[in-house]
Design a protein around this ligand. Sequence first.
Ligand code: CP
Length: 332
Amino acid sequence: MQPVEQIPLTDNEASLQLDSDGSLRHLLTLKGLDKALLTDMLDDAQRFLRPMGGLPARSTSLEGRTVANLFFEPSTRTRASFDLAGKRSGADVLNLDVNTSSRKKGESILDMIYTLQAMQVDIMVVRDASAGVPAYIARNVNDHVSILNAGESDVSHPTQGLLDLLTIRQHKGKIEGLTVAIVGDIAHSRVARSAAHGLQALGVGELRLISPPALAPDPEEMPFARLLDNLDEGLKDADVVMALRIQRERIGNLDGIPGIDEYFANYGISAARMRTAKPDAIVMHPGPMNRGIEIESALADSPQSVIEQQVTNGVAVRMAVLERVARTMAAT
Ligand code: CP
């Protein structure tokens, strides 16, 4: 069991992650990042994409640097792509085995971080089930260390948000003016929150958050979005449809949460339900996917689906973010 530590929750992660000249020092949230910086990061990521079947992009931007991946919650995509992104950028990459880490023996997060810092780890990639952990670490590390949020409770998943923005931009050419529908367990989704903040900054036309009432966010949290509980209304003329899984691990009380069959009937994205969206609408999912629950299996594998492209873009986005914080470090 992990020790209980008091993680102070604050609301100024956005200012903590930028240096006084506006350069990115940590990546904790997309909330508060402006259009110019987000666009630059997407442009950087685009440079790291190569045709499938050929060799992946490589760079030397992290040569001599050490990246530690600290995942205290399960992950396949984010962990693997940070690992590959670090290695393809020339870094030494340490993948800490959380099951054998000393945090299991009661060591505090900060003592673990100070231990890695003493080994000259430059960049720490952190996933944790508790809100506030990435910012808490960022406040306590030395000036030359960067913290990258790889998924924080239901709060934030900024590199996922960036890869989602990049995928949409590749298909639609822009974000401005688009109608984007995010469907599922919005209340517990860090993916929805990061996508929402990035889409808003880049000028999305209309953002619709569609969920059963029990899985809706607080209406005041994202006032720029339209909350709906009717899927057909939410998908009407949408350019982009993103399905989310129900985050059962974050839901204490399942009262009011529809069962699997009822959920698929009312909120599952299928080819039939997609007929109300625009004919060229793309279908997204951050993974891991529950086929037959939030998305019809055949639709997930159809030409409308960009789910594998999201995964490919994840490595490019993480190379771009690593390069950017390494540049900030070098200038410090
Ligand atoms: N999308 C995402 O965060 O997936 P993983 O949990 O596999 O990293």
